[in-house]
Design a protein around this ligand. Structure first.
Ligand code: AMP
Ligand code: TRP
Length: 334
């Protein structure tokens, strides 16, 4: 039977090279032989403050980005999370089935809430149980994400197994995380120990999928490095986080291994490596940026794909939700 894939991105700003290499690039190849659902998780986006107009705009931008990154909206299904009410409903149920002790271990909450934990919303704290609902509603077999989401997928598996065992029935498929090795965690261009993120205050820390060729070249030129040349082997990148990150980006963009990139550039200074990396990044990202702009010019096509995706998603999600409601003892609605 065709395996089902589900993944999602928050509409919380323009996507970065990290999102592309860590997640979206893999989605594109998976759609050839999987039943794929790709969600724009706007319920997750409101766990932190966001302006309504910005949220609307960013939701369409993510839809445009999905298509520009090669997601085929006929072969795969793209949809907005709030267009499928079952996410919020199952999210509530799973919240009631998840011990607080499990949520207290989640590092994303600790990172996002920071020092002001008391001011963080209940939604931010319960974020992982909503994410579990996103995945379990569709009985997804695999969840392609970057390394930072591994803990949330592990939690989803724990919730699925514990609910299945509590009711003595396979209500949920236990999903597998699918994490690419080379680009699991793309780091900031300014600090090789920090994740590249769309919320970093410095725009020079990241490549955005909408950056122009000139911006891409300038950011790579200014990217932090050390003074050594590139090593012959991966071993030589140990304790050189910025150099290691640039090699990983080169490898992932050119679909080679990091070892191959080291062999190719052994002994070369960054003044030789960086222009080649910039050419490669422009070659991949510049057309994507153009394509995003094109889709956003006429949004009726995007809206049509989102409607079709939501219809498909609702059909699957309602079935799971009905089964869950019956199993936990809710009276059926007549
Ligand atoms: P987010 O932007 O947090 O909604 O993330 C969307 C997807 O991109 C998730 O699968 C993340 O794991 C992935 N992702 C985000 N940042 C990075 C990064 N710097 N490196 C690799 N994957 C990432
Ligand atoms: N939490 C994910 C992130 O920040 C986004 C997300 C929400 C997600 N629901 C999901 C990812 C379901 C995969 C599957 O990147």
């Amino acid at each position: 039977m065709t395996k089902r894939i589900l993944s999602g991105v928050q509409p919380s700003g323009a996507l970065t090279l990290g999102n592309y290499l860590g997640a979206l690039k893999n989605w594109q190849s998976l759609q050839e032989n999987h039943d794929c659902l790709f969600c724009i998780v706007n319920l997750h986006a409101i766990t932190v403050p966001v302006e309504p107009d910005a949220l609307r705009k960013q939701t369409l931008e993510i839809a445009a980005t999905y298509l520009a990154c090669g997601i085929d909206p006929v072969q795969s299904h793209i949809f907005v999370q709030s267009h499928v009410p079952a996410h919020a409903e199952l999210g509530w149920v799973l919240g009631c089935k998840t011990p607080m002790g499990w949520l207290n271990r989640m590092t994303q909450f600790k990172d996002k809430a920071g020092k002001h934990k008391e001011k963080a919303s209940l939604g931010l704290y319960g974020y992982p149980t909503l994410q579990a609902a996103d995945i379990l509603l569709y009985q997804a077999d695999g969840v392609p994400v970057g390394d930072d989401q591994k803990q949330h997928i592990e939690l989803t598996r724990d919730i699925a197994m514990s609910v299945n065992s509590a009711y003595g029935k396979d209500l949920f498929t236990v999903p597998e995380p699918m994490i690419e090795k080379t680009a699991a965690r793309i780091m900031s261009l300014r600090d090789g120990t920090k994740k590249m993120s769309k919320s970093d205050p410095s725009d020079f820390s990241r490549l955005n999928l909408t950056d122009s060729a000139d911006e891409i070249r300038l950011k790579i030129k200014k990217a932090k490095t050390d003074s050594g040349p590139l090593p012959e082997t991966l071993e030589g990148l140990k304790d050189r986080p910025e150099a290691k990150n640039l090699v990983a980006i080169f490898a992932s963009l050119s679909k080679q291994s990091e070892e191959d990139v080291c062999r190719q550039y052994a002994g070369a200074p960054f003044s030789v490596f960086k222009p080649d990396l910039a050419d490669l990044a422009v070659e991949v990202l510049a057309p994507t940026g153009e394509s995003i702009k094109k889709y956003l010019k006429e949004t009726s096509e995007l809206e049509r794909h989102l409607k079709r995706g939501a219809d498909y998603a609702n059909e699957i999600a309602e079935k799971t939700l009905k089964d869950v409601f019956e199993t936990i003892g809710f009276l059926p609605r007549l």
